[in-house]
Design a binder for this molecule. Structure first.
Ligand code: NAP
Ligand code: ZN
Ligand code: ZN
Length: 347
């Protein structure tokens, strides 16, 4: 076992603090990665504070991992020491069910092994995430980081990038579509960049009026301040597609009315439950659905798409000692637009 410095939450109410974990020695199919950067996702906060229930403590969060291959097992053919690689939200899955066979490991029927706050496929061993100096991962769950994307700005692609890319692709967003991105945080700002790169006309819907300038600078064509109730009547029936990235409870029904006939609203944010009315769906045959990260094959496709289109996250690089402050700032919607931990600060 490899003793590894990390930051962990000991309980749902404790601050993250230095902690030591054991990583497994690389087996024949494993890759040992020295972590360089790890993005900070709002899901890290939800889970560290046990907002979804069932969290496993102590918890080392982090699923936007960029690093360098340090060592590979004897059967590993795809990776070599020195390669720049990524690890996203999953580290394993059953490989046999219909979802896995379709390359949608996030929906693995036996349960994917998520990167942290989860169990390895043995159903016992807890997983620990990227707020740590290294990680051991099965070679099939390692992603190639294309040259040209600055590595700190690549980290958020591993969750925020794929979580917004996957529904845009799955629901067939195309050039000229009117797309609304609800919430301009880590996911939202990636949604803007990716939808623009796909040729859509993009509007940001935000409860922070001060983000208008940033939204336009990120590439949005328009901005709607949602604290003003008139925004909802003024923009009724306007959008083909809405991507809702909001992390806190809000009224879905109001947003559904912004969709055209047959429009689709996809939830990727995971706040507490909100009541849903039938009328906004029934009267214009609108669709409400959700989406969870994306499979490994699609994550690689997204990374290659980002390299080709010059897309990367806007980040605030922080030493790990500032992680608790970063959580607090995210809760105030004050991040421009993803915190990324410089793991050198942990060594
Ligand atoms: P984030 O960076 O904190 O951004 C969330 C944004 O939501 C904020 O910037 C803010 O945007 C908006 N918001 C926050 N509180 C609000 C409120 N009270 N009313 C209205 N809007 C509010 O979070 P993130 O990392 O992008 O994650 C967003 C959500 O997606 C989280 O719930 C996370 O768990 C979830 N998530 C889901 C998946 C998936 O696979 N489905 C993957 C990753 C994350 P404005 O200031 O512009 O309003
Ligand atoms: Zn995430
Ligand atoms: Zn499976």
């Amino acid at each position: 076992m490899l003793s590894t410095p990390a930051y962990a939450a000991a309980t749902p109410t404790s601050a993250l603090a230095p902690y030591s974990i054991e990583r497994r020695d690389p087996g024949p199919r494993d890759v040992l990665i020295d972590i360089r950067y790890c993005g900070v996702c709002h899901s890290d906060i939800h889970q560290a504070r046990d907002e979804w229930g069932g969290s496993i403590f102590p918890m080392v969060p982090g699923h936007e991992i960029i690093g360098t291959v340090a060592q590979v097992g004897s059967e590993v053919t795809r990776w070599r020491p020195g390669d720049t690689v990524g690890v996203g939200c999953m580290v394993d899955s059953c490989r046999r069910c219909e979802a896995c066979e379709a390359g949608e490991e996030q929906f693995c029927e036996g349960g994917a092994s998520f990167t942290y706050n989860s169990r390895e496929q043995d159903g016992v061993t807890p997983t620990y995430g990227g707020y740590a100096t290294r990680i051991t991962v099965d070679q099939d769950f390692v992603l190639r980081i294309p040259a040209g994307i600055p590595l700190d700005r690549a980290a958020p692609l591993l969750c925020a990038g794929i979580t917004t890319y996957s529904p845009l692709r799955y629901f067939g967003v195309k050039a000229g579509d009117a797309v609304g991105v609800v919430g301009l945080g880590g996911l939202g700002h990636m949604g803007v960049k990716l939808a623009k790169a796909m040729g859509a006309r993009v509007t940001v819907l935000s409860h922070s009026p001060g983000k208008r300038g940033d939204a336009l600078a990120l590439g949005a064509d328009d901005f709607i301040a949602t604290h003003d109730a008139a925004a909802f009547s003024d923009n009724a029936n306007r959008f083909d597609f809405l991507l809702d990235t909001v992390s806190a409870q809000h009224d879905y029904n109001a947003y559904l009315n912004l969709l055209k006939r047959d429009g689709t609203m996809v939830l990727v944010g995971l706040p507490d439950p909100t009541p849903l009315a039938a009328a906004p769906l029934v009267f214009r045959r609108r669709k409400l659905t959700g989406s969870l990260i994306g499979g490994i094959r699609e994550t690689q496709e997204m990374l290659d798409f980002c390299a080709e289109h010059g897309v990367a996250a806007d980040v605030e690089l922080i030493p790990i000692q500032q992680i608790n402050e970063a959580f607090e700032r995210m809760l105030k919607s004050d991040v421009r637009y993803r915190f990324v931990i410089d793991i050198a600060s942990l060594a």
